[in-house]
Design a protein around this ligand. Structure first.
Ligand code: SF4
Length: 328
């Protein structure tokens, strides 16, 4: 499979000003040297605690915010160099599903109009005839499990799960090939989460979609992803195919995240890493390995030197000195 997206040395550093004079007094280091590829037709799961930079990465890849430096290649072309009018095709091809469907849907618009809007925006106004619009809306509501009679209702008349179906329908109505799904099920009840994830898997198959699926929940990521990238304090620290990551993870942070997933039967003899304390402030990240303040295996060199990626096996890379010289 070839790469649909390639992120190269992506940095997003937000300036922090003193407010009164607007002088820059520091930076929030939200993304640091991120290098990440997304292959065609794969679901790349991006996991990490809140504040690790996952949503910033999702916003950068769609150019909803402009990174401080680096490149985002979409089909080999750097979208960060493109002007607004040159991005029209890209915007049609790459869509986003947000965490809170209620906030992302205009409460004053009926569902029909919410679904019609992207079709009008992506074609010149009035050029698309009503019959064609209605046909497309019908096709999409059939795919996403929305009833025809619901088109005449407003977002507040629906449950959270139904609203997320509407948000998904709106995202796919322009026939995109890529979706960023930013915590799309974390605001939903567990039983509804499963329905929405299954819907997304069906749509991925049916429409040949590629996805960046962002979540803090490893059990959700495990269910939906082909490949998983683990993020900590603005950096990718481990990336591998799903089974490899779950069966042969190497980074202590990945281990800690996996230990935080509740299991019914537990082997009490196995030593576990439990994450202590909060993730450090991205405004003042630790020197050396950014995980060293919470890592039970920390060594002296971890406090002053930042590890590069070490290759554990094909498609499995880890940013930890424990994997230096393949000793891990
Ligand atoms: Fe822990 Fe050192 Fe590995 Fe960082 S490089 S995760 S501090 S062992």
């Amino acid at each position: 499979m070839s790469n649909l997206f390639e992120m190269k040395n992506l940095n997003m550093h937000y300036p922090v000003t003193d407010g009164l004079m607007g002088n820059i007094k520091g930076y929030v280091y939200a993304l640091n040297n991120v290098n990440l590829d997304i292959k065609e037709n794969e679901i790349l799961g991006l996991v990490g605690e809140s504040g690790s930079g996952k949503s910033t990465l999702g916003n950068c890849i769609l150019k909803l915010i402009t990174p401080t430096s680096g490149e985002v290649l979409f089909k080999g072309e750097n979208i960060l160099n493109k002007k607004k009018n040159e991005l029209k095709e890209f915007r049609k091809n790459a869509q986003m599903i947000f965490q809170n469907p209620y906030m992302s849907l205009n409460p004053r618009m009926k569902i029909y109009d919410i679904l019609k809007e992207p079709l009008i925006i992506n074609k010149k106004k009035d050029k698309k005839d009503k019959k064609e619009i209605n046909q497309k809306i019908k096709e999409i509501i059939n795919l996403t499990g929305i009833r025809e009679e619901d088109l005449n209702r407003y977002p507040h008349e629906f449950s959270g799960g139904q609203r997320q179906r509407i948000a998904i329908a709106r995202a796919i109505i322009t026939n995109p090939i890529f979706i960023v799904a930013d915590e799309p099920v974390s605001a939903l009840d567990v039983s509804i989460q499963a329905q929405i994830i299954n819907l997304m898997l069906e749509l991925k198959q049916h429409l040949n979609l590629t996805m960046l699926f962002i979540s803090h929940d490893l059990s959700v990521i495990k269910y939906i992803s082909d490949t998983i990238a683990v993020m900590y304090l603005g950096e990718i620290v481990e990336i591998a195919e799903k089974d490899e990551l779950f069966n042969n993870h190497k980074h202590p942070y990945t281990e800690a995240l996996l230990n935080a997933v509740p299991v019914i039967s537990e082997d009490k003899k196995t030593k576990k890493i439990i994450l202590k304390g909060d993730i450090p402030s991205p405004q003042n990240p630790p020197q050396g390995c950014k995980f060293h303040t919470r890592c039970p295996y920390v060594m002296e060199k971890c406090k002053t030197r930042a590890p590069e990626f070490f290759e554990v096996s094909q498609n499995h890379r880890v940013k930890c000195f424990l994997c230096e010289n393949k000793y891990c």
